[in-house]
Design a protein. Structure first.
Length: 179
């Protein structure tokens, strides 16, 4: 098996459906996921911003949470891998972070976990006259997020979402706290 085929197989074995990652970011997912899995961390989401120096922002996660030491360890491992793979044509800066309380919704599992929560969505084009949505995620079906805004359900195709995250409220108890 060639090295490239092995990398693709490993990436496919660890990947799950992603939302809000640009076409340019998808090859990076395939590189980063196995690197993080090798140190018992998960790729929660990534963002790639263009410019004279590209910014690769990587959000990591683990079942036990993320510490600053985890971020430093992930940064060292990803930097070494990126130096070898060299996926950027220009200079880049790597930023590693935990998802935080306003965690990005990148993996399909994150979306399923967020049902019943308030979320914020930015789409690539207008849907029902808007590109930004803040409301309660009530369901997922057929590659759509069903978001209730002003007591009205709206279907937002997952493929049109550029960015989505939880909208944390310090006033509202989280579901796991209220059970």
């Amino acid at each position: 098996m060639s090295e490239q085929t092995q990398t693709e197989t490993t990436a496919n074995a660890t990947s799950e459906q992603r939302v809000g990652i640009s076409e340019a970011g998808l090859p990076l997912v395939a590189l980063i996921e196995p690197t993080l899995a090798g140190i018992n961390l998960e790729l929660a989401h990534l963002e790639l911003e263009g410019g004279s120096t590209q910014i690769l922002r990587v959000y990591i996660d683990s079942p036990t949470g993320v510490t600053i030491d985890d971020c430093a360890r992930a940064s060292r491992h990803m930097s070494a891998m990126l130096d070898v793979e060299d996926p950027f044509e220009t200079a880049y800066a790597l930023e590693v972070s935990s998802p935080g309380v306003d965690r990005p919704l990148g993996r399909l599992g994150d979306w399923q976990d967020a049902i019943g929560e308030t979320i914020h969505i930015k789409t690539g084009r207008s849907i029902d006259g808007r590109r930004r949505w803040t409301g309660t995620l009530t369901a997922l079906d057929d590659n759509n997020a069903i978001v209730e805004v002003d007591n009205q359900p709206h279907r937002v195709p997952l493929g049109l979402i550029q960015k989505a995250n939880l909208k944390y409220s310090f006033d509202k108890p989280r579901r796991e706290e209220s059970s």
